[in-house]
Design a protein around this ligand. Structure first.
Ligand SMILES: *Cc1c(COP(=O)(O)O)cnc(C)c1O
Length: 505
């Protein structure tokens, strides 16, 4: 399997190279030349496999330049950190057992080391990268730079910690992340990790990191100490491919639990930000997973809802900060891959759309393409109040506590069902532990959080729901703070050099 760019005709490359490069040199994203097909019989064989084995089965189809042993090692190392045996378990919310149409399966993607769905991919990516380095004969170390507004930083730290031939450095805005998010990062162990606060806001940190990536002199200096910069952001193919696995896994779990029969179609509902998670569902569908509709759920930053409903993608709009921060996004980068595939690989058109988005702030797709997207996608957005109401309603009916992002998906799903009458059984992506968003969840459940410290909120939510607190969060109160560095934004390049050359003569 070879990879090409969404924006121009390039010489196809192997997956190892695509994973190391991250972004194509024309600014496009790497996409597989073709999408492998699987039969129902093959999907059926997954029933008896562990999650790790299902991952190997899927990865082998896309990462053909990796050996089965290598993929086995990646899968093992990525998922043995998940604190449940099934890795990505399903919780069935069933209103009436006699009516399959009342089934909603909540696919819990947050049992990894940082309690967010990004772990599923970020636990795997570092190992794919380290093996890719060997494959292309690269002897330099890779330094992963991350600017974070909270969650991605911790997930990257946890993924790259102590992975050979890699280093990871995270910048976060001083005072700009929650107490829990800060504690999660500054207590990170590992001899190749650095966490530094930046005096300023998230944009300052992000602009600083972007500048470093664009700074030729700095890159040269890093080369001299044997270090190459790279990023782990969600457009990397190595982050996308591990996400396809759980849609197959979720489907066979629904079959195993007799919620559906093999071959029955399901709807998949995903709380969407950068369009990575739902794009993975789209790949699963294209490969042959029986899917009726992909429901793209957004919060009030509803640029995708508008896009799917009107065919116009317009990022020129007000930006809202919400209780679902991981979905507060106006440019959903991974959408570019969908446009590429649905135009039959028309990179000229995709490239024009992206140019328009850059220069005019928007682009419009034609009616034919829109009709194609309509066949498989449905988009809906929900307000903050609706989200909170649903957290309460789901809790009251099922005694199931969901985080705000998952609640956006379930609320959008309910709107979809009442407006279309389509009652196909649903697999919903549950993307974070409610313990990561305690303040909003407690408020939704009618509790006051006035003057209650972040860590005490965890206890309060536990007392109320009895739901197990993830280990990584339970241990935060007593974990040792290891990273207290702070710098001005102009000092960021120096800090990078210092960290890159540490321990080297
Ligand atoms: C990142 C994230 C999302 C959005 O996923 P995308 O792949 O960016 O669409 C949703 N929920 C949570 C909790 C996340 O961390």
């Amino acid at each position: 399997m070879k990879y090409v760019s969404t924006r121009s005709k390039i010489k196809p490359i192997n997956s190892a190279e695509a994973i190391l490069q991250g972004l194509a040199s024309d600014g496009g994203l790497f996409v597989p030349e073709s999408i492998p097909k699987v039969s129902l019989e093959e999907i059926d064989t997954l029933k008896t496999k562990t999650y790790e084995q299902r991952a190997i089965w899927l990865l082998e189809k896309f990462l053909t330049d990796y050996t089965e042993d290598e993929l086995g090692e990646c899968s093992e190392l990525a998922y043995n950190w998940f604190d449940v045996q099934r890795r990505v378990p399903l919780m069935f919310l069933v209103q009436d057992p006699k009516r399959p149409e009342t089934v909603v399966a909540s696919m819990e993607l947050w049992h990894g080391p940082t309690s967010a769905f990004k772990d599923v991919a970020l636990q795997m990516l570092p190992h794919l990268m380290r093996m890719a380095l060997k494959k292309v004969g690269e002897t330099k170390e890779i330094l992963i730079l991350v600017a974070t507004s909270g969650d991605t930083g911790k997930a990257a730290l946890a993924g790259f910690a102590d992975v050979p031939q890699t280093k990871v450095m995270v910048f976060y805005p001083d005072g700009g992340v929650s107490k829990i998010q800060r504690l999660q990062m500054v207590t990170q162990v590992g001899n190749n990790v650095n966490v530094t606060a930046v005096r300023g806001n998230f944009d300052d940190a992000q602009t600083g990191v972007k500048k470093i990536f664009g700074d030729k002199n700095l890159r040269n200096e890093l080369e001299k100490v044997g270090v190459k910069l790279s990023s782990a952001n969600s457009i990397n193919w190595g982050r996308l491919v591990p996400q396809i696995v759980y849609y197959f896994s979720g489907y066979v779990e629904m079959v195993k639990d007799e919620k559906i029969k093999l071959g029955d179609k399901i709807n998949i509902c995903v709380p969407t930000g950068n369009f990575g998670n739902i794009l993975a569902a789209y790949y699963a569908y294209k490969m042959g997973l029986p899917v009726n509709k992909l429901i793209c759920a957004s919060n009030i930053n509803n640029v995708l809802t508008e896009f799917f409903n009107t065919g116009v993608y317009n990022r020129e709009r007000e930006f809202f900060k919400t209780i679902t921060p991981s979905m507060d996004i106006l440019i959903s980068s991974n959408l570019e891959r969908l446009l590429y595939h649905e135009t039959g690989g028309d990179y000229k058109r995709v490239s024009q759309y992206m140019k328009d988005l850059n220069s005019k702030g928007k682009y419009k797709i034609d009616g034919k393409l829109k009709a194609k997207l309509d066949k498989i996608f449905y988009a809906e957005y929900v307000t903050e109040d609706e989200t909170k109401l649903f957290i309460k309603r789901i809790y009251d009916v099922f005694k199931y506590t969901m985080d705000t992002h998952t609640a956006v998906a379930v609320t959008a799903l309910s709107k979809y069902r009442s407006s279309t009458g389509d009652l196909t059984p649903v697999l919903t992506a549950s993307t974070a532990s409610p313990y990561k968003f305690t303040s909003a969840v407690l408020t939704a459940l009618g509790q006051s959080v006035d003057g209650v410290d972040d860590l005490d909120q965890i206890t309060k939510l536990f007392d109320l729901t009895g739901m197990r607190v993830p280990k990584n969060l339970a241990s935060l109160a007593t974990a040792k703070v290891l990273h207290e560095d702070i710098c001005d934004k102009d000092e960021m390049p120096d800090r990078v050099i210092k960290f890159a050359s540490a321990g080297k003569a």
